[in-house]
Design a protein around this ligand. Structure first.
Ligand SMILES: [Zn+2]
Length: 296
């Protein structure tokens, strides 16, 4: 019920934004956002009141966060131990939160603080160069008990590189992140999700679990924090569960996260903590194991 109300409110906001946009003017999403500012159109007595409208304004959202999202929370789900991609199976209403491209000082810490408030853990797919540039932030993520993966060293499109260059990028990223946090990293995500069958097989043979994406928050689009929440929840409603892609290098992501977690919680979702577990090779993994020996 609340979600429908939320959607209705959002539809109204969007239509207002459309009305407020000058004909022939810049109808970009950013203009739409500016048009949402309440002072341009004060609510009248007969207008529907949007759910928690103040929470949708970026700056205000931050300062009100503590009061609005205080616990107790029941968002934390089970811990899922995986040794290969095939173990990464989620039940209905289960999600894994992932943040790519960091660490980014300030933003990553804000995200950590929100995760802590809700009592959940996420997986941070760090870019090697970023981890080297911001080692203290990378270590904060690790010390906080979140899961860490790598995301290449310089974030190139691996599909556009030679196989050897691509593998070198992957290894360099993995080593850089691993060195900064002082332990192995066992998860990997392809930048731009640009993979190939050959690269996927080679990455798996390195004993890395590939992190695919089920739900793309598209938080890299220049939209409002609210739009990121809506887009994510819409996809999740259709799919029922999944790995959510976000980025800890964007302010809007840090800003919208309390709202997203609040929506997940009220929607009955559970945030699964992901851990790598070096398993004894089952029969089905024998081929990959054989490749591994040959590669190393
Ligand atoms: Zn990325």
């Amino acid at each position: 019920m609340t979600y429908r109300l939320f959607l209705a409110g959002l539809a109204m906001t969007l239509s207002l934004a459309g009305c407020a946009t000058k004909p022939g003017g810049d109808a970009s999403l950013k203009t739409g956002y500016a048009a949402e500012e309440p002072q341009h159109r004060p609510l009248k007595a007969h207008d529907r009141v949007e759910m928690e409208p103040t929470k949708w304004a970026g700056a205000e959202l931050e300062t009100r966060e503590t009061d609005a999202w205080s616990g107790p929370h029941h968002l934390a789900g089970r811990t899922l131990e995986v040794s290969s991609l095939r173990d990464l199976k989620l039940a209905n209403k289960e999600v894994i939160l992932t943040f790519d491209d960091g660490p980014a000082p300030g933003k990553t810490e804000r995200i950590l603080s929100t995760l802590d408030k809700f009592g959940v853990k996420a997986t941070f797919m760090m870019v090697g160069e970023m981890a080297e540039a911001h080692p203290a932030t990378a270590r904060k993520v690790f010390d906080d008990g979140d899961t860490i993966g790598s995301h290449t060293f310089r974030h190139p499109d691996l599909d556009k590189m030679s196989f050897d260059m691509a593998m070198a990028e992957i290894a360099k990223g993995e080593n850089a992140v691993s060195k900064v946090i002082g332990t192995d990293v066992s998860f990997f995500r392809f930048p731009y999700l640009a993979d190939s069958k050959r690269l996927r097989e080679a990455v798996s043979a390195r004993d890395l679990v590939i992190m695919d994406v089920d739900i793309d928050s598209k938080d890299y689009f220049n939209t409002t924090p609210a739009a990121v929440v809506t887009r994510t929840m819409d996809q999740l409603q259709h799919r029922g569960h999944g790995i959510i892609l976000m980025h800890d290098i964007h302010s809007r992501t840090a800003t919208m996260l309390p709202t997203l977690l609040s929506r997940l919680e009220s929607g009955g979702y559970k945030v699964v903590t992901l851990k790598f577990h070096r398993g004894s090779a089952p029969a089905s993994n024998l081929v990959a194991q054989a490749d591994l020996k040959m590669t190393r």
